[in-house]
Structures are given as C-alpha cells and as structure tokens.
Design a protein around this ligand. Structure first.
Ligand code: SAM
Length: 342
C-alpha cells in the first residue's frame, strides 16, 4: 500500500535533483550529548542548553520542506537518540522525506531500532573513528564507547524492517586514523554493513592540527578499489587530497543543494555556520527562506570543508565522472535483502 507514495516521493526527489534544487537538509533536533568528543563543541554548555525541537515542530518543518520537494533529512545533534520523541520525529519526516540519522550508538536497543525503522528511517550511520577501542574511547571521551558502537551496528543491522534500509559505520578522517580504515572496513564486512568516511572540519569549534596527510585521497581510493564494503563515492574521495592541501573545496553548494536547520528552526547554509541564519522555518515563509539561501549561496566565499554532507551530493551533481559516481551512489543506496549481508 505504501509503494505508490514512496515511488512518487522518489520521482519528486529525482526531479529536484535534476533541477539542481535543495535535496539535503541537516537537522539538529537537539544539542544535548552524552559523549564528550574532542572534535566537537556541541556537548559544551553554550550549545547543550539550547531547547530541543519537539515532534510537533518537526512535523511543521517536514510539511514546509515538502513545499520545496522531498529531502534527504539527516537527523543529528548532539546525540539524536537522547530525544524522547525520536520515533515520532522520524515518522513526521518520513511522510514526505527520506530520514537518515548519525548516532554514537550508545542508546541503541533492538526495540528502538525496530521502532525507528518501522517509522520510516532509511539509513542509520554509527560513528566509529578508530578500530583500536582505546583510541576511539579517548576521542569520544567515554570508556566503552567503541564496544557499544559495534554492538549498536549489529543490533541495527538485525532489526531493519525493509531491504531499502541501510546501516553504515562512518569515520571522521583525522591526522592519525588512516591506518585504522582497513581494520574498520574488515569489521563492516564481518557485520554485513557498509563503510563511509567524512573529512574532519576545523570550522566546527576551533581545533587545528587534526588534518590528514595530503596523500589521503589516493590512499582511500586505493582501499576502495579493494574493499567493496567501502561505499563512499569515488568523486568525493578524489577531492580529499585537494581539500587537505587547500584546506577546503570550492565552490560550495550549501544554500542551493543543501542547508542546515538547527534546534530552534533557524535555517542556515551549513552546520559550521549556525551563527548566521537566513530565517526560521517555523515562523517564516519557506519560499522566502529558499530565496535567501540562494542569495547567500551565490555570494558565499567559504570553501573551508569537504565533509560528506557536501561530498555525497556535490560529487554526483557537479563532479567529474558522473557515471562512475552514479554507480557508486547505487552501491551506497541499493537494497540489501533483510536476511543477507551487504
Ligand atoms: C555532530 S555528530 C552528531 C551525531 C552523534 N552524536 C555522533 O557522534 O555520531 C555527527 C557527525 O559529525 C561528526 N563530527 C563531529 N565533529 C566533527 C568535525 N569537527 N568535523 C567533521 N565531522 C565531525 C561526528 O563524528 C558524527 O559522525
């Protein structure tokens, strides 16, 4: 019965994508976090005291965003699984969009996993930065974080309710974890899940000195050539070295193809530019917001990051080698039958 609305949603999404419109929204439903990551500031009190979005507010956001077209809505925070109304939030988003989520995995249970997938979650990624447990725990600021993340991946994979749902492990590439990538992919192979990376952004807080070596792109591409569980887009990885050398990649398509909504409903270009919103989606006209985002995009000189929220959209939409990227995109999103592994 749900097949027809889902097909309609996908066709509308494809049309938006081809028309070069907004297709990806990062949504921080709260900033509270139970971890103390060295690479992130959101758990600090200046952020974590901000109010969370309610499920009713996310319902309004979902309906308004739908006027622009279906979006991949990446639910984050803070730790999104701390939100008491998470299932209702996913349900509200799934009415029109494709909800995905990034979590540290600490609060995953079989019941909640099944509830979230049944509510329409399309993809859940668990952050794991190191194969060496102590290194991961130190980065995340919590003993036992690694063990819980791996358990969470197992539980999530076992509780998918539809073959189109995907479970990923995702690592932030920093100065010291390139040697950890292959052992992490090996773990993904064991778990029957897929592996993604994102590049560390120094704009999120003020933490210089975490950038990888300039050969990171070549080395990741070489690993991808051998490891089919590593599904990051070639067109994304190809620009890692350039991003490291130039400290970012331009032009940035935030404001045109992607944007950010924070836990007050403020809309801005991206998660690293929260202090400068163009409007509030709960109170303002969504087409006005779209117009302001496009204006901001056209005059935006920022080229400071190359994180996966940009890379996975921009590599396919604006990158070279479109066919290779589309094939990778298919690998990233193709259905994986419920009883089998990737
Ligand atoms: C902000 S977290 C929120 C979700 C959840 N609490 C978690 O840790 O996965 C979303 C993603 O951003 C990553 N991240 C945090 N700080 C970052 C930074 N400075 N640059 C790039 N990615 C970062 C996290 O590792 C995680 O994969």
């Amino acid at each position: 019965m749900r097949a027809l609305p889902e097909l309609k949603k996908k066709l509308r999404f494809a049309r938006s994508f081809l028309q070069n419109r907004m297709v990806h929204v990062n949504l921080q439903i709260l900033y509270t976090c139970n971890y103390r990551c060295a690479i992130c500031d959101f758990w600090k009190s200046s952020w974590s005291q901000k109010p969370a979005l309610s499920a009713a507010q996310v319902g309004v956001i979902s309906d308004k965003l739908n006027l622009l077209g279906p979006q991949i809505v990446s639910i984050g925070g803070g730790e999104p699984m701390l939100h008491p109304e998470l299932t209702a939030i996913v349900r509200a988003l799934a009415r029109h969009h494709f909800p995905v989520m990034i979590t540290n995995g600490s609060l995953v249970t079989s019941e909640l996993a099944r509830e979230l997938f049944s509510a329409g979650m399309v993809e859940i990624s668990v952050s794991v930065d190191y194969a060496t447990p102590d290194k991961h725990d130190a980065q995340r600021g919590v003993a036992g974080a690694h063990v819980r993340a791996i358990e969470a991946l197992q539980v999530l994979q076992a509780n998918r309710t539809d073959s189109e749902q995907r479970v990923n492990m995702i690592s932030v590439m920093m100065e010291d974890n390139l040697p950890e990538v292959e052992p992490l992919i090996e773990k993904c192979r064991e778990l029957g899940i897929t592996y993604l990376v994102t590049l560390y952004s120094h704009s999120r807080g003020s933490k210089p000195g975490r950038l990888v070596g300039a050969d990171v792109g070549e080395r990741l591409l070489e690993i991808k050539g051998r490891q089919r569980h590593f599904v990051a887009l070639r067109g994304y990885l190809e620009r890692f070295s350039e991003a490291v050398e130039k400290q970012g990649i331009g032009p940035c398509y935030a404001g045109q193809n992607l944007c950010n909504i924070d836990s007050q409903g403020d809309v801005g270009l991206c998660i690293d530019r929260l202090e400068d919103p163009v409007g509030n989606i709960l109170t303002d006209d969504v087409f006005e917001i779209e117009r302001h985002l496009l204006e901001r995009h056209r005059t935006n000189p920022c080229q400071e990051c190359w994180t996966s929220c940009r890379g996975s959209i921009e590599a396919v939409r604006h990158g070279r080698g479109k066919l290779a990227n589309l094939i990778d995109y298919y690998q990233m999103t193709r259905p994986v039958p419920l009883k089998s592994a990737f």
